[in-house]
Design a protein around this ligand. Sequence first.
Ligand SMILES: Nc1ncnc2c1ncn2[C@@H]1O[C@H](COP(=O)(O)OP(=O)(O)OP(=O)(O)O)[C@@H](O)[C@H]1O
Length: 234
Amino acid sequence: MTALLEITDLGFAWPGQPELLDIPSFSLGRGECVFLRGPSGSGKTTLLGLLSGVQTPQRGRVKLLGKDLGKLSARARDRFRVDHTGYVFQQFNLLPFLSVRENVLLPCQFSALRAERACQRHGTLQQAAYNLLMHLKLPESLHERRADSLSIGQQQRVATARALIGQPELVIADEPTSSLDADTRGAFIKLLFGECHAAGASLLFVSHDQSLAPSFDRSLSLVELNRAARMTEI
Ligand SMILES: Nc1ncnc2c1ncn2[C@@H]1O[C@H](COP(=O)(O)OP(=O)(O)OP(=O)(O)O)[C@@H](O)[C@H]1O
């Protein structure tokens, strides 16, 4: 399988703290759906920040689509991130005063590439937002509502539509199911998989809830990947 994302000899420490991550190698294939688990505080969110280029490692390399993120300027890295990565945050991070539709369309304001891909696939941006929201089972009556007037499960699906619009190659989801009950969680994962497959996106899904792992192509433990964690455990 061709690699979409590759990590080599990655080392990272927050200022004034011991090394949190020491990962000799990790790769994610094109179209692959990977589950990454790890206990609270093990560095999952930090790793996602490094993979999307929000943080830069002190050591090693993160390559996305063959491009070494560390070799890009901060500005070029930001652009590359918004063009090629969709992120579903733990707290969803929707803009509360914007409508559901406006939230979904936000990435297209920052990325001409994603706007172009959305139009190619759906005709117009409005239609792209509409189709994604409908696929994610958010009825039309909600599309013009303020994002903060929706339930948690609905907000999470809006956040997912925002991550998927314009077909980024990599979708990162950071504990997106932590505030859902078991039934809603299962239904959400199915929708997420369906949309990632339809868009040909790779999915890196981070959680400490191991019961979700069997649905994925591969399940990994951050503690096993991370030499710094293994050292602390010894
Ligand atoms: N911005 C930051 N500045 C300094 N230290 C940080 C920062 N963000 C995280 N850390 C530290 O890095 C460690 C790992 O945090 P991180 O949020 O990556 O873990 P996590 O596995 O995602 O945890 P959780 O499952 O609870 O969300 C923690 O000790 C945390 O205090």
